[in-house]
Write a new protein. Structure first.
Length: 496
């Protein structure tokens, strides 16, 4: 008996579980093996023999006057043969041969024992570590399984999954690392303790160790947003007006924060002063970019808009949007970042949208369209002539109380409106010389009429070349006096 109890005690210490749990597991395993071997429905119990220390199996039957179920009941006479003290309505135990169980039954018992011990171990681990989630622990890399790491916590093993590792880190078996307990799984494929090197809590725990002001609660960590291997933003606030929260975390010549950066293999850390005002907090959280202004769009939905100078836009957004993404996580707000130029264009577009472009549809009243039809068009959302002109007759007939006859009236009014903008056709090249020649004749006729009233002008006209006079033979036909004057002048020239 000492030998089996000693084995149970060793197993209990190794697995960190109660010895009684192992004893109960052994008993249950023997009962399962016995039922499988004997193929019986009778009640069985397992117990250790106090003298030999062996584990024995007993059948249990109830003493009754009339036996109806031989597997579970026994008569008083038969019971007294086994135990003279047996009485009615009592139970009698009689031993079962355990030597006949065989190898298969022993293997079954072993599997049951291991399963029970494993369940007890998981229960013990869960009860011990479930209250330590977020705690910083020192562990050693024990082995590498695919992309996951198995670490030794001392009492048990923990798993460091690939997604909980930093991009900047590579470990080998035997390396000592500091992790935070991420979760504790009681059942499932990944049952046990899960540790992390990528959780924001790791940075917070490291600051608590390096900064005494955080440890004694003079400086409080209000939030931490992290993308492991890239950048971390941590917000702190001081409860003592004489203590600078950011300066305390940075340390003299940056010694404190540099120690944490070395632990994180060079990951960048932004230490930000916390503020209850979301506008001020957003201005600090988006550093190192300089913010022009911050507008709260919806306080209930936690939505804000940040305007920056055009030269600061890329810096505020960060590499692949990392800076604004971390700031949004830190604040718990949705942040829209826009440059001054983008905001100006947005305002201009909004103003332009408020003013409808095109002629109002009411102008068609001046082109014969009834006011009732105009009101129906306005009720259907057609506010401009341009929109009305782009619609097909089928679309117009889809409007209530507008039929083909009304569509025809609308078409006539629209055509009349556009007809006023049509320009007359320019004269062709063939008609231009005729117009010019007619204007020349009218001008010459006017000049001859003036010369008939003034003799001096008539003399000047007589001195013009003959071609000029011939070009307008009709201008002197109405005045016989003029003709005699020309004859006199002609005779005088002949004499000369």
């Amino acid at each position: 008996m000492g030998s089996i109890y000693q084995s149970i005690e060793i197993l209990s210490k190794e697995k960190g579980i109660d010895p009684q749990i192992v004893i109960d597991a052994v008993k249950d395993a023997m009962l399962v093996a016995a039922r499988k071997h004997f193929r019986t429905t009778e009640d069985l119990v397992a117990a250790f023999n106090d003298q030999t220390g062996a584990l024995e199996i007993y059948g249990v039957k109830r003493v009754v006057e009339t036996v109806q179920d031989p597997d579970k009941e026994i008569s008083l006479e038969a019971a007294q043969k086994m135990d003279p003290a047996a009485q009615l309505e009592t139970e009698v135990h009689f031993p079962k041969p355990t030597d006949a169980l065989g190898r298969i039954s022993a293997q079954t018992a072993k599997q049951v024992i291991l399963q029970k011990v494993r369940e007890a171990e998981r229960e013990t681990i869960f009860s011990e570590y479930s209250g330590r989630v977020g705690e910083l622990v020192n562990c050693t890399i024990k082995r590498i399984e695919a992309q996951d790491l198995v670490v030794d916590l001392g009492k048990t093993e923990a798993r460091l999954p690939k997604k909980e590792q930093s991009k900047l880190e590579n470990f080998s078996a035997g390396d000592r690392v500091r992790c935070v307990i991420r979760s504790v799984e009681k059942a499932g494929k990944n049952a046990g303790v899960i540790v992390s090197r990528a959780a924001p809590e790791l940075v917070a725990r490291l600051f608590e160790q390096e900064v005494p002001e955080i440890y004694d609660n003079t400086v409080v960590i209000k939030g931490c947003a992290r993308e492991a291997g890239e950048r971390t933003k941590i917000a702190v606030v001081s409860r003592d007006r004489d203590v600078d929260s950011v300066g305390a975390c940075v340390g003299m010549k940056g010694m404190r924060v540099q120690s944490i950066i070395r632990e994180l293999r060079g990951e960048k850390i932004d230490i930000i002063e916390f503020s209850e005002d979301p506008v001020s907090f957003a201005t600090h959280a988006l550093s190192p970019a300089k913010i022009t202004r911050v507008s709260v769009i919806d306080a209930n939905e936690k939505h804000m808009e940040v305007i920056v100078d055009d030269t600061q836009l890329s810096l505020a957004i960060g590499k692949k949007g990392q800076n604004v993404r971390l700031a949004a996580k830190l604040l718990g707000w949705k942040i829209d970042i826009k440059s001054e130029e983008e905001k100006r264009q947005e305002v201009e577009s909004a103003m332009a949208a408020l003013v409808p472009t095109g002629a109002p549809v009411s102008i068609l009243s001046d082109h014969g369209l009834a006011d009732e039809i105009v009101e129906k068009l306005l009720g259907a959302g057609i506010s401009t002539v341009e929109k009305l002109g782009s619609m097909t007759p089928e679309e117009l007939e889809a409007i209530p109380e507008i039929g083909p006859a009304v569509v025809e009236k609308i078409l006539i009014a629209v055509n009349s409106y556009y007809a006023q903008f049509e320009q007359p056709a320019p004269p062709s090249e063939e008609t231009v010389p005729e117009v010019v020649e007619a204007e020349a004749i009218e001008t010459a006729a006017g000049e001859s009429a003036e010369s008939a009233t003034e003799p001096a002008l008539a003399l000047e006209a007589a001195s013009e070349p003959a071609g000029a006079a011939e070009s307008s033979p009709e201008r002197h036909a109405d005045s016989p006096d003029h003709e005699s004057e020309f004859d006199t002048i002609k005779n005088s020239e002949d004499v000369g």
